[in-house]
Design a protein around this ligand. Structure first.
Ligand code: GAF
Length: 392
């Protein structure tokens, strides 16, 4: 059985057993936070726009209990992101980024929680595929935060605040200048719904999204192009530069006269980035409306347009993702397919008729193996519930 097929109950049992075997007593507190797939609204969270993600049933469990020390955290992990080190000990009162990389998500969250956390022992178990663009990092951050919140006396006022703590952790300890979408959906998701998030106000709306005749398919390309490391930050800088040229603080305020300033500056890259952002914001609002109206054909068309824009205007796709999207879109029964997440590898998301799932998966896998000699891992997913404390 692959990690992603383990159920939450199996993750919990695995964690409890590992905790008992490692530390010699029972875990008392457990938290769960899901990964996500974004249906539409890509590279828009840090641009003041809208996105429409949903949570997966796959997620990360952090479980444990206080230990006898004042401030030592002793953590083992079963996640694939172990960098060869699956047990770490550190002082919760003297935190700084260091290897292994996975531990920085944990340390960063404790640091930015900014309240007394007692010494604890913990186990981390996850079934979110790593590096697949489905937010394994946010799942780890959010689950860690709920866990330490339960161990301490401080209660964070809202999920917005929780999401911001996790983002700070990711920026400062993991060194990734991410937006806030992944943490927001992990914290606020509801089963059978996608979440329309407005990143200007952080308001959000649950959009019912469940149909027996339709399925959502994630295909992991199993590639992560190295160039992605700096490219995400570069896109953020280009967007800031475009706003600066237009004399604006937000893409939500762009009027035709602002665009003409940009056209005069004649920087095609900035024009393309701006075009993507403005159009993707509109597409995302249209997609939420289409879902509300049960207009899945429209939803699929918008997903296709989103991919084209990410490929040609925002330039965050890659050959493998384009091939996965193209083969999916060519299959009967597929309404629309696009890359999802940060890009440069990772996964695609496809909306399709349930009755066609097996054929579409087999076409995708065949093409991918023949063209790239790689496996595409395919999962049918359902919109699932958000992060929570699990009663042990
Ligand atoms: C990554 C980031 F973490 C998100 O904040 C978001 O920007 C996404 O890429 C692109 O939409 O997942």
């Amino acid at each position: 059985m692959s990690a992603s097929q383990q159920t939450l109950q199996e993750l919990i049992e695995k964690g409890q057993q590992a905790f008992r075997n490692t530390f010699g007593y029972e875990a008392e507190v457990a938290s769960f936070a899901p990964g996500r797939v974004n249906l539409i609204g890509e590279h828009i969270d840090y641009n003041d726009g809208f996105a429409l993600p949903m949570a997966l049933s796959m997620g990360t469990v952090v479980m444990g209990a206080r230990n006898k020390s004042q401030s030592t955290a002793d953590i083992i992990t079963f996640s694939e992101k172990i960098d060869g080190t699956n047990r770490i000990q550190f002082d919760v009162k003297a935190l700084e980024p260091s290897n292994p990389a996975w531990a920085n998500y944990v340390k960063g969250v404790i640091y930015h929680f900014n309240h007394n956390v007692p010494g604890f022992n913990a186990v981390i178990v996850s079934n979110v595929p790593m590096g697949a663009g489905v937010s394994s990092s946010a799942a780890l951050e959010v689950s860690t935060l709920l866990f330490i919140e339960a161990l301490s006396t401080k209660r964070i006022a809202s999920n917005d605040e929780r999401a911001k703590i996790c983002v700070r952790a990711e920026h400062t300890f993991a060194g990734t200048p991410c937006g806030i979408m992944d943490q927001m959906i992990s914290l606020n998701a509801t089963a059978n719904h996608a979440l329309l998030i407005d990143f200007r106000s952080l308001e959000s709306w649950q959009i019912p999204f469940m149909s027996k005749s339709l399925a959502i398919l994630i295909c992991n390309s199993n590639v992560r192009h190295k160039l992605s490391d700096g490219e995400y930050g570069k896109r953020r800088e280009q967007c800031s530069k475009a706003l600066e040229l237009m004399g604006l603080k937000s893409f939500r305020d762009v009027q035709p006269e602002h665009l003409s300033v940009l056209y005069k500056a004649n920087d095609q890259v900035l024009i393309n980035r701006t075009k993507h952002v403005i159009e993707e914001i509109q597409r995302t609002m249209d997609a939420a409306e289409a879902l509300k109206n049960g207009d899945f054909k429209k939803m699929g068309e918008l997903m296709k347009q989103s991919h084209t824009s990410l490929r040609d205007l925002y330039e965050v796709s890659c050959e493998e993702l384009d091939a996965l999207v193209d083969v999916a879109n060519s299959c009967p029964g597929v309404l629309g397919s696009r890359m999802t997440g940060g890009g440069f590898g990772g996964s695609t998301v496809t909306l399709l008729e349930t009755q066609c799932v097996d054929t579409v998966i087999s076409n995708i896998k065949k093409m991918y193996k023949e063209k790239y000699n790689r496996e595409a891992d395919c999962f049918v997913v359902l919109p699932s519930a958000g992060a929570r404390i699990i009663k042990l």
